[in-house]
Structures are given as C-alpha cells and as structure tokens.
Design a protein around this ligand. Structure first.
Ligand code: PLP
Length: 406
C-alpha cells in the first residue's frame, strides 16, 4: 500500500546530527561562545520596501474593494512582469512573463519538476549536491537501489579538488541534468564557456538541463552568467529556477519562480503546457501578500536595499575565504556566492574536522559528506551569519589553521 521508494531513502540526519553535537558541546562548555557558520538560512530582516509592501497588501485584504482571493495559478501578472524585466530584461535576456511560473519556493519547484518526466528518465547530479534533486527523484522511483552511500541509477558528476569542483560531462547518456550555479554547497560558479559546454552537451545528447539559479544575486563578476538563457540555444534545452529566499530574505515568506520557455519541446510535447497543467492541478498560488512583497524588490528603493543585504553577506564571505586562503587552504567559492568550500586540513574527514573546529575554535560548519559522497573530506562555511560572528570566527580560524596545514 505504501510507496516503497520512501523506505529506500536514507534519513538525512545531517542538520540534526550537527544540532546534537553542538547542544552537547554547549552543555559541557557553557561559558564558551559557539559561532554558527553552518547555516543555509539568511539572518538579516526583510528590506523596508518589502515590509511596506506587505503592510499595504494586508490592508488590501481587509476591504471588499481590494480583497484578493484565489489568484492565477501561474502567479499574478504584476510579479511575472517584474521578474521578466528585473531578472532577465536587465541582463539583456528576453523571457516572456507568460513563461514564468511563480511558486512558493525553489525547493518545491525543483522537487516537483521531475513529475513531468517518465519513471525511466535517467538523471545526473553534480556531487556534492543540494539533496532535494536526489531525494525527489528517489521518491518517484527513478534512482534504483541505495547501497554504500550511492544510488544505483543515478549518475554522479563528481566535483573534486582535482577538477576544480566543476562537474564533468556524464560518460553515458542522461535525460535530465541538474545544475546549480552559483553552487550550493561548493560556492563555485561556471564561466560562460563552461555553461556553453553544458548547453551544447544537452543539445547534442537530447538532455534537459534543470538550472537552479537560487544564488544568482550573489554574482558580482559580470563575466559569469546570471541565467542559463544568456547562452544561445539554452531556451530549447533548459528550465531555470529562481528564488527570493537568498536574494531578498524570503526564506520565511516563500516565493520563487520557474521559467519554462515556450519552445522547449520534448518528443514534440511542450513542457510549458505540462508544467501549467501540473501547477493548475496541484498548486493554488503563492499568497497575494507575498507576491506583492516580492514585486517590491524591483522598485528603485527595493533594489538598493536588497543589494545592501547581498553585499553584507558577500563581505562576510570574502572574510572567510581570505582567512582560509591566507592560512594556505585552497578554498573555493565566497566571491560570487555566500558559501566557501575547502578540503579539510590535516587529512581529516568531514566529521573529524567538524569536531576539531567545534572543540578548538567553537565554530560550527557543515561537513561536506552531508551533500554527497564526493563531499567526504570537504567542508562548507556559510556567510549568512552576522558580520560580528563572522569576524570573530575569522580571528579564531587565523589562529588555529596555521597549526594544521597539509
Ligand atoms: C536555498 C536554496 C534554494 C531556495 O529554496 P527555497 O525553497 O526557494 O527557499 C534553492 N536551491 C538551492 C540549491 C538552495 O540552496
């Protein structure tokens, strides 16, 4: 009676294991200040322009003249137009508002999109990876058996120190390729020519790219593509996911978008029509007040305020990256991304280094192995803490790491 695929999925204990270890440490060391650089959640409050838009939208709900009930399943036109211009028009990319579907999070959107594909569709992910892509396909029964930390029917594109943490092309045909850039967890980006390589690959091999751009707002280097649609031919092979979570602190409010180009056809069928059918059936829209709030990030004040928050996190990221590099650790990420990724010093594995950092510097990070087999021996630090916490953590890292090199 039950979907047996769920039984195969290993329980993800990563964040609860971290919480347990930290809780225990604090119990036995109540006088120590523990610094949390493990978080994947933002910490700054919403921008004033967003808060004002929320208040206004709440007031509209209080009067019968302006009350909004069920909205269009695809999202309100005002937000789809704002995204089309504010995310794509500004970088010279043409995306029609009709190709944009407003969602309640890139987690749900990237988790749900696999419903459009057959249970036999083959899947590739970069390893390490945001676990949602893997687990959503596992639940659908697409990944075979889970043994020794890997799925038998999943193609892992291992990102290691040796390849600069960039995914290699699959060596066998795959139907679906999940790419996330800037990347969580490695903080790496793809250059224009690397992304062109992926679009070419997909076009020649009949693959579909599912491109997660949740961290695009952190790109400061204009030579790095902010959207896969900056690449010629991508509209025929790629879907793109965006989120207001990391861009504008909407992790609690919940708002996202998916671009499904009208010309994207698989076996002569329009994915746009399929996703529209799926959303109309299973989704009744992101709350009106939230869509109003999201639209406010594209106003002149909203833009400036949201950028200030991004810059704040990027300053933290630069501090972390520079502290690691300065201690001789070849960290990646942290320049166009809120995450810094590196090989654990002293030959430690991910959890050994987690314990070492907690015990010797009272810093909490994220063990890389929690993101996939290629993450073993690697570690992630996040820039989403406060500037004060980050600065103190950096002081401690600078004192500790030189003792550990190699
Ligand atoms: C945080 C994150 C998202 C955003 O998820 P929401 O559901 O929009 O909050 C999407 N993809 C990746 C890789 C993320 O790390």
């Amino acid at each position: 009676m039950l979907n047996e695929e769920f039984q195969k999925i290993p329980s993800s204990y990563l964040f609860s294991d971290i919480a347990k270890k930290v809780g225990k440490y604090q119990e036995t060391h109540p006088d120590q200040q523990v610094l949390r650089l493990g978080i994947g959640d933002v910490t700054l409050p919403l921008a004033p322009a967003v808060v004002a838009a929320l208040h206004e939208a709440v007031d509209e709900q209080a009067s019968s003249e302006t009350f909004a009930g069920y909205g269009p399943e695809q999202g309100y036109g005002f937000l789809r137009e704002a995204i089309a211009e504010g995310e794509y028009g500004v970088i010279g990319v043409s995306v029609d508002p009709d190709e944009i579907f407003v969602g309640d999070g890139a987690k749900s959107d990237t988790g749900n999109i696999q419903e459009l594909f057959s249970v036999d569709a083959s899947v590739a992910v970069a390893d390490p990876v945001y676990p949602v892509y893997v687990d959503s396909n596992a639940m659908a029964g697409r990944l075979g058996e889970y043994r020794d930390g890997t799925w038998s029917n999943l193609t892992y594109l291992s990102c290691t120190e040796a390849n600069g943490y960039k995914p290699p092309f699959p060596s066998e045909h795959v139907d679906l390729i999940y790419l996330c850039y800037p990347n969580n967890p490695t903080g790496t980006t793809l250059t224009r020519s690397e992304l062109e390589g992926w679009v070419d690959y997909a076009r020649h091999n009949g693959s579909i790219i599912l491109f997660d751009a949740a961290y695009r707002a952190f790109i400061t280097d204009d030579s790095i593509p902010r959207s896969i649609y900056e690449i010629d031919g991508a509209r025929e092979v790629a879907l793109e996911f965006g989120s207001f979570s990391k861009t504008a602190g909407f992790t609690g409010l919940r708002c996202s978008w998916t671009v499904v180009p009208k010309e994207l056809q698989v076996e002569g069928v329009s994915l746009h029509a399929m996703w529209n059918r799926r959303q109309s059936t299973k989704f009744n829209g992101t709350p009106y007040v939230v869509q109003k709030a999201a639209t406010a990030i594209y106003t002149p004040e909203g833009r400036v305020q949201v950028q200030e928050a991004i810059d704040y996190y990027l300053r933290n990221a630069a501090l972390i990256r520079d502290a690691l590099l300065g201690s001789g650790i070849e960290a990646v990420g942290g320049d166009n991304s809120p995450y810094v990724w590196f090989k654990c010093p002293g030959g430690m594995d991910s959890w050994e280094f987690f314990d070492y950092l907690l015990n010797n510097a009272q810093i909490v990070g994220t063990p890389g192995v929690g993101f996939g087999p290629a993450g073993e021996g690697q570690f992630r630090l996040s820039a989403f803490g406060s500037f004060e916490t980050t600065s103190e953590a950096v002081r401690r890292l600078q004192a500790l790491l030189p003792t550990l090199k190699g």
